[in-house]
Design a protein around this ligand. Structure first.
Ligand code: PEP
Ligand code: MG
Length: 545
């Protein structure tokens, strides 16, 4: 009997059909016997295996660029981590267990520590398991789990993909990607878009779907079984990647194409990818594992390193966004029953004003050192009064341009009053979606609600766009919504003046804007805003193009 079709969240447009290849989940748990005859010789096998895995990942990183390269380099560093290697070596000698078992146990200890740190750290657990399995496979001389070598163009089906797996996919062999878990802002989604592979995430039931071949629609999110003897079909709809480097529609309406960065390496990647500036510098990324508040001098050096590649260009530095999914030890709150709704983002600064003022001093110093055109914005602002409070402190620190993020629905609803207090705003659509739909942005089970094409989210963004036009001030988008080439036109059409994204998406978004007029974008916006559902919005916009 033919299974009914499944519906997930389409995250990378395009249609494809072809044979299914399921990605194996993880290797079998290695046995703790037989005890090695020579534990020291056995322990000595761990480091070369870890080095071999790291070298392979680094070699793949060198053949790729942008986000994919950055992800592979980070995973390679985890594989070669001396702490992981030495813990495994000690387990071999102390417990007289085989090297593969010792790596399994040591990596699991690290993964447990990451999981209990929560937030961004917890998201690294998948990477740690991936590294564990690769080193064990190296020690046992078996194929590592993950994406098998594809003999023919195929549709990959997985629970979720390790970032390193997604980053090393061959777009010529992978017709489409479908994952049971993951959300629109997962690595799989971001990388699928930059590789221009149609993709559907959060497709519940796809792993148990009994189908040898499927048809996938990365726009509507549909996955349905097809006759395996039918010809393979592929039609990517992400437009041409040709772009002249200036963010504008074909009739010259400017929409700056900017990058989101968190570290000096990202800034270089972003500059190489053609970013016109930085729309979001997440300063807290530098301090996720800092035990104490960094000094002004330390902060100034860290910020100047990121600003360096953008001398003469615009960079928006966000003040520390601590709390909820990004806890910082030196700003940690008492246990809160609901951290995403607690004292996070700018709210921390009301109680710890000195930390904000010292950060602003460091940013002002770094701006002078680097000669970038620096603006500063605050995260998690709920009211116009909060915006005015922040703008006063920014100006008192000698910085001339102050803005706020709009990522709480109350700030979007009072955008006019917020604009009166600041020079610009930037919509953080990841959090704005989370708070609009009361849906945790990190939870696969509610990923469909966090889809940036949801009409309720688009209508809030449009309110801010209207207020921006009325006040004659800029309104950017720096959440993942900005990285979707088709949605970029909708955003331009509602009056958004800049789009900031992961560097891997810059070219596709720039090209998408360049191949539409402002009137096309306005028609796309009208179609999306009138749609009753996210899927209908995607289809309506694809049809008007
Ligand atoms: C957002 O919330 O959309 C955003 C850009 O900020 P972050 O993802 O860092 O919370
Ligand atoms: Mg946010």
């Amino acid at each position: 009997m033919r299974e009914p079709q499944l519906s997930g969240v389409g995250v990378s447009p395009g249609r494809a059909s072809g044979p299914v290849v399921k990605v194996t989940e993880s290797i079998e748990e290695p046995a703790s016997t037989p005890a090695p005859d020579d534990p020291h010789a056995e322990a000595a096998r761990v480091a070369p295996a870890a080095q071999a895995v790291a070298a392979r990942l680094e070699a793949t990183a060198e053949r790729t660029s942008g986000d994919a390269a950055a992800i592979l380099t980070t995973t390679a560093a985890m594989a070669a981590d001396p702490a992981l290697v030495s813990q495994a070596e000690q387990l071999v000698t102390a417990q007289r267990i085989p090297a593969a078992r010792a790596v399994y146990e040591a990596a699991n200890n690290f993964a447990t520590a990451l999981a209990s740190a929560g937030g961004y750290m917890a998201e690294r657990v998948r990477d740690m398991h991936d590294v564990r399995d690769r080193i064990i496979a190296e020690l046992l001389g078996i194929e590592p789990p993950g994406v098998p070598a594809l003999e023919q163009p195929s549709v990959l089906v997985a629970r979720d993909l390790a970032p390193a797996d997604t980053a090393s996919l061959d777009p010529d062999k992978v017709l489409a990607l479908v994952t049971e878990e993951g959300g629109p802002t997962s690595h799989t989604a971001i990388l699928a878009r930059s590789l221009r592979i149609p993709a559907v995430v959060a497709a519940k039931g796809v792993l148990t779907m009994d189908a040898d071949a499927v048809a996938v629609d990365g726009l509507t999110g549909e996955v349905r079984p097809v006759d395996p003897s039918a010809p393979v079909v592929t039609a990517t709809e992400s437009g041409t990647a040709e772009w002249n480097g200036v963010g504008a529609t074909s009739d010259g309406h400017r929409v700056a194409v900017l990058a989101n960065v968190g570290a000096p390496a990202d800034a270089l990647t972003a500059a190489e990818a053609g970013a016109e500036g930085v729309g979001l510098f997440r300063t807290e990324f530098s301090y996720l594992d800092a035990g104490a508040e960094p000094t002004v001098a330390e902060q100034q050096a860290a910020y100047a390193a990121v600003l360096g590649p953008f001398a003469g260009k615009s960079v928006i530095v966000r003040t520390l966004d601590a709390g909820a999914d990004k806890p910082l030890e030196f700003l940690s709150q008492e246990d809160e029953p609901n951290p995403a709704l607690g004292v996070r983002g700018l709210r921390v600064s009301f109680e710890r004003t000195g930390v904000l003022d010292r950060q602003l001093t460091a940013i002002a110093g770094a701006a002078e050192e680097s000669r970038a055109e620096v603006s500063v914005m605050a995260p998690m602002v709920a009211t116009a009064e909060e915006a005015a409070w922040f703008a006063d402190r920014v100006r008192a620190a000698g910085l001339s341009r102050a803005g706020v993020m709009i990522e709480v629905p109350s700030a979007a609803l009072t955008a006019r009053e917020v604009f009166d207090a600041v020079d610009f705003v930037s919509l953080g659509t990841n959090d704005l979606a989370q708070y609009t739909f009361a849906a945790d942005r990190q939870l696969g089970a509610v990923a469909a609600l966090n889809d940036p094409w949801q009409p309720a989210l688009l209508r809030l963004i449009a309110l801010v766009g209207e207020a921006a036009k009325e006040k004659g001030k800029p309104a950017g988008v720096c959440g993942e919504a900005a990285a979707d080439p088709l949605l970029a036109r909708v955003l331009a059409g509602v009056g958004i003046t800049s789009l900031s994204m992961n560097p891997g998406s810059i070219r596709a978004v720039g090209a998408s804007l360049a191949s539409a007029t402002l009137a096309d974008c306005e028609r796309a916006a009208e179609a999306a805003l009138a749609a009753p559902t996210a899927a209908a919005a995607r289809i309506a916009v694809a049809e008007v193009q």
